[in-house]
Design a protein around this ligand. Structure first.
Ligand code: ATP
Length: 473
């Protein structure tokens, strides 16, 4: 069995995701809506499994983490205090010929210039150097007629509660650009209701919205997306040790779900915000996007967030430490990851085309989604060998009804069993169970493994236990 070299992987994944019911472009019947995607049946199952795995490791398995689900809308001052209203923006340039919009920082990065936290004037000086060298070209039409860079706010505004008036400073509300804002605002209520001792953490999963300039890389960068974030509140002297602990913890999570160690790496931010002491990203080497790209950020943020919200709200957000008799604003370290980026990462890693020799000695390609079993949308598919034999269909339905109590299952009686195996391989189902004529005699079924394609004969009485163990291993 050899693995076919993959070209145009992004195109393949986009086509695959749509045709198999994982991810659809939004509003297609109206001609589409850029930067938004919808998740079909298998897509939402995979997305939920990724989220649940994160939640289990971040909340269920930890004694120092509690959960939260805060609103998308918050008091508008939240985003003034956090600095988003003033400076959450990206540098935009446009092609005057084809009107293509581009991120100036991404263009500079392609020429080895890091524009991270670079003032707009310096970005324009760097762009001028490229212009003079005749290297500044539109990524769409190749024209050199490109505008100067300007700051483009990523904040998405709404007029919630002010139906007809034009948006103004007085009535504007923002759709949150990140979920952690809600965590800072509920820090006080969490302390007052649950009385946790430092260090402790609040975790949440939810939607965030950003008016991204460019959204061309499928679900990697969208205007509506989900984040999974945790904010760890601690004493300043605990930061270094906890930061290292969480870096290890998060790295292990990727390995535990089948991402090879050599496909992820750390990226250290050299330029930090004035309040931050450390910032690393986990980058994954996307075949579909041609290299390493950020999937998660891990940041040591000092006491900036709670200090700002304390200042703007006038509320005391300090913590009294019984042990040292000191009062201080807790420092924060965060882990922040995009659910859709992880979704794309897991598909990118799992989508494989294998060359096989079939029973007739012919070469054929098997497309298989080798997802970690915990993430597979469907865990078990159940097939009667033949569709037109009521005794086989009846038995298969009985087994399917029972297995559904334990696993996400699918029943399939369409086409020959070989074709059904291929269909399940494509959506990553780890086990297929076939009910044949022998089943009616020996009360056993054939269980076929997605990865090894080996088949096992298993007694129906032992099937649930067998599958539970197999899916765990
Ligand atoms: P990038 O540099 O890629 O724009 P960022 O540094 O602005 O990302 P953060 O603000 O640190 O990202 O957000 C944390 C995580 O949220 C990112 O690592 C990413 O996984 C996810 N994320 C951010 N923006 C988007 C987006 N537009 N679409 C999908 N996921 C996103």
């Amino acid at each position: 069995m050899s693995i076919k070299k993959e070209e145009n992987k992004l195109e393949k994944i986009v086509g695959f995701a749509k045709s198999k019911g994982f991810v659809f472009p939004s509003s297609e019947i109206y001609g589409g809506f850029a930067g938004v995607y919808d998740y079909g049946h298998y897509g939402i199952l995979l997305k939920n499994n990724i989220r649940d795995s994160w939640w289990k490791s971040m909340v269920q398995l930890r004694e120092d983490v509690v959960g939260l689900d805060s609103g998308v809308f918050m008091h508008p001052t939240t985003w003034v205090a956090s600095g988003h209203v003033g400076s959450f923006d990206d540098p935009q340039i446009d092609c005057r010929v084809c009107k293509n919009r581009m991120r100036a920082d991404h263009i500079l990065e392609n020429f080895g210039v890091s524009a991270d936290k670079m003032p707009i004037e310096t970005i324009n000086q760097e762009l001028d150097k490229l212009r003079e060298a005749k290297k500044l070209k539109c990524t769409n039409c190749g024209s050199s007629d490109i505008t100067e860079a300007k700051r483009f706010s990523l904040m998405v505004k709404s007029n919630l509660g002010s139906p007809t008036e034009a948006l103004s400073e007085d009535n504007v509300v923002y759709l949150r650009p990140e979920t952690c804002g809600g965590i800072y605002l509920e820090y006080k209520n969490t302390m007052d209701s649950l009385h946790p001792k430092l260090p402790f953490c609040i975790a949440q999963v939810g939607k965030a919205f950003r008016n991204e300039i460019v959204t061309k890389q499928f679900i990697f960068r969208t205007r509506e997306f989900e984040q999974m974030e945790m904010q760890y509140f601690l004493r300043p002297q605990e930061m270094k040790a906890k930061y290292e602990e969480w870096k290890k913890e998060r790295w292990q999570w990727y390995l535990g779900l089948g991402i090879p160690g050599d496909k992820i790496k750390w990226y250290k931010h050299e330029k930090l915000a004035h309040y931050a002491s450390e910032a690393y990203d986990i980058e994954y080497n996307f075949d579909a996007l041609g290299g390493f790209k950020e999937v998660e950020g891990i940041h040591a943020r000092g006491d900036w967030d709670l200090s700002q919200h304390s200042k703007f709200s006038g509320q005391d957000l300090s913590y009294y430490d019984d042990a040292t008799k000191e009062r201080f604003i807790p420092h924060i370290m965060e882990t922040s990851v995009g659910l859709a980026r992880l979704f794309l990462m897991f598909i990118d890693n799992a989508y494989i085309e294998e060359e096989l020799t079939n029973s007739k000695g012919e070469k054929e390609i098997r497309t298989v989604l080798k997802l970690h079993k915990d993430l597979a949308p469907i865990k078990v598919a159940v097939f009667p060998l033949l569709k037109n034999k009521p005794e086989l269909v009846g038995k298969a339905k009985e087994i399917y009804t029972n297995l559904r109590q334990h696993f996400m299952c699918e029943f399939d009686d369409n086409g020959n069993v070989g074709k059904r195996y291929r269909r399940q391989d494509e959506i990553g189902t780890p086990y297929c169970v076939t009910i044949d004529f022998d089943t009616l005699e020996d009360n056993a079924v054939t269980v076929r493994d997605r990865d090894t394609m080996k088949q096992d004969r298993v007694k129906i009485d032992e099937l649930t236990e067998y599958l539970k163990n197999a899916i765990k291993s």
